[in-house]
Design a protein around this ligand. Structure first.
Ligand SMILES: C[C@@]1(CC(=O)O)c2cc3[nH]c(cc4nc(cc5[nH]c(cc(n2)[C@H]1CCC(=O)O)[C@@](C)(CC(=O)O)[C@@H]5CCC(=O)O)C(CC(=O)O)=C4CCC(=O)O)c(CCC(=O)O)c3CC(=O)O
Ligand SMILES: NC(=O)C1=CN([C@@H]2O[C@H](COP(=O)(O)OP(=O)(O)OC[C@H]3O[C@@H](n4cnc5c(N)ncnc54)[C@H](O)[C@@H]3O)[C@@H](O)[C@H]2O)C=CC1
Length: 215
């Protein structure tokens, strides 16, 4: 499977099933999309600012609910496999993507998997195990969060640096070398722990050491 990024801003995501898993997926997608959670009962969990709709659709009602809510993605997270099948089919008919929380097998076209995600804007790191060991995805996410808590700051710093070097007319090969030096520099990472301006200062020192003729 090949990960791709999807922009859900301004879109609707329908989550079917209000258990702990439905709640987790609702929180994931509510960071960007309008989320509707459809379920007869809701677990005592946070659903972020998702709209919760109390209903217990039967499999034959699935198409109606999908038409009515018009989602680009349907997350199927009930404990009823027949109902999950019906919502998967309705999503496909509607041209929406589908995420089945109860399936770790080979995914057909239009079926997507939700990875564990490290987010430190503008950095996004997605982790998956081909459905084999989601608990490992979670553990690796926690490790990366601990290890690279300043990745977002580094991305901002490097983004500004690239623009600055471009504006100053530095040729592409030298710009690339400079950027590579900065992102690989332990000193810059360390300096970022005490803030952006420290990181920036150390980055400038590191670039100063760049031989002009390096390719
Ligand atoms: C295929 C996939 C489909 C999908 O949901 O997209 C799927 C499927 C299933 N998960 C199951 C179980 C668990 N899932 C988690 C946790 C997460 N599961 C997530 C994704 C995925 N789970 C996709 C594959 C991702 C990959 O490739 O790794 C994460 C990463 C993202 C998210 O869901 O938000 C999130 C961590 C979020 C985070 O913290 O960052 C835990 C850990 C825990 O709860 O502590 C357990 C219990 C331990 C265990 O069973 O391993 C079961 C069995 C259910 C049962 O036995 O009844 C199935 C169904 C099956 O395997 O058939
Ligand atoms: N992908 C993942 O990370 C994981 C997936 N799972 C799978 O996801 C499923 C859901 O997990 P949990 O939330 O822990 O289960 P759960 O049993 O706590 O929640 C199921 C939810 O579905 C709702 N539901 C029942 N009938 C419904 C209907 N007609 N329409 C809409 N909603 C209905 C229930 O009210 C409940 O809120 C499990 O059956 C399991 O197969 C479980 C753990 C992790």
């Amino acid at each position: 499977m090949i990960p791709l990024m999807h922009d859900f801003e301004g879109e609707t995501v329908l989550v079917v099933g209000g258990g702990p898993v439905g709640a987790r997926k609702a929180r994931t997608f509510a960071t960007e999309a309008s989320v509707v959670v459809l379920s007869p009962e809701f677990a005592d969990r946070a659903f972020a600012d998702a709209e919760t709709v109390r209903a217990a659709p039967a499999p034959e009602d699935a198409a109606d609910w999908v038409e009515r809510t018009d989602p680009v993605l349907v997350v199927v997270a009930t404990d009823d496999p027949d109902l999950n099948d019906a919502f998967e089919a309705a999503a496909a008919d509607h041209g929406a993507l589908v995420n089945r929380a109860d399936d770790h097998g080979e995914q057909s076209f239009g079926n997507v998997v939700v990875p564990a995600t490290v987010r430190d804007d503008p950095v996004t790191l997605a982790i998956a195990t081909g459905g084999r060991a989601p608990a490992l995805s979670k553990y690796l996410r926690e490790r990366f969060e601990d290890e690279f808590g300043t990745a977002g700051l580094m991305a901002e710093l490097v983004g500004d640096l690239r623009e600055d070097l471009r504006d100053r007319g530095v040729p592409p090969a030298q710009r690339r070398d400079a950027v590579r030096l900065v992102v690989r520099s332990r000193e810059v990472w360390k300096a970022l722990d005490s803030g952006r301006s420290n990181g920036e200062q150390v980055a400038r020192d590191v670039i100063g050491e760049l031989p002009g003729d390096q390719t």
